[in-house]
Design a protein around this ligand. Structure first.
Ligand code: CUA
Length: 193
């Protein structure tokens, strides 16, 4: 079971629990109001409903906090502490991607990368992602067109994306943040060998 599948099933459980909780509360409220005929009964019923509502709210808050912590682990973002086998600098421009191996600290205008790169399979790759102009999003798709990982490419900021490609093949890079007229043309290729 992948992390993502676990996350999906956790979401389903959380959804079902809150739905069940909501239905119970509605049933109790309806029962209290129907069974209270006299005026004073109605006041007592109302008080009971308010008390129940307060408890229900606290229940939801506690459940939300617990589920938040459980599901943190399954978030599909890299939190790798392992040492990267390869470092790659990625720069977004309106409207193209440039990539090159190694850490680049000089002027971005002089950066000589290409929109195509070869990287090893089953090795931790550390992408250092930035932009020269506006926000872009460096998104990597596998050959089946499924998004495998992504991060923002922001001017004056370096985002680290660490990822291990488990399968050989051709991965496509698309821009996942609308960045102007030719946004759709910001395409790159990563060959994993
Ligand atoms: Cu760059 Cu959209």
């Amino acid at each position: 079971m992948s992390n993502f599948t676990i996350l999906l099933s956790l979401q389903k459980i959380a959804g079902l629990l809150s739905l069940a909780g909501a239905l119970i509360v509605v049933a109790v409220v309806v029962f209290l109001l129907i069974s209270a005929t006299k005026e004073e009964d109605k006041t007592t019923a109302k008080e009971k409903v308010y008390k129940l509502r307060g408890r229900y709210l606290w229940g939801i808050i506690v459940m939300a906090i617990v589920l938040l912590f459980i599901s943190f682990k399954s978030l599909p973002y890299s939190h790798s502490k392992e040492k990267a086998a390869e470092e790659v600098t990625v720069v977004g421009y309106q409207w193209l991607w440039k990539m090159d191996k190694g850490v680049y600290n000089a002027k971005l205008e002089d950066f000589g990368g290409k929109n195509e790169i070869e990287l090893p399979v089953n090795k931790s790759i550390k992408f250092i992602v930035t932009s020269t102009d506006v926000n872009h999003n460096f998104a990597i798709y596998n050959s089946a067109g499924v998004l495998v990982t992504q991060t923002q490419a922001m001017p004056q900021h370096k985002n680290i994306l660490q990822y291990t490609f488990k399968e050989k093949g051709e991965y496509q890079i698309l821009c996942l943040e609308y960045c102007g007229t030719a946004h759709d043309f910001m395409v790159g290729i990563i060959h994993i060998n």
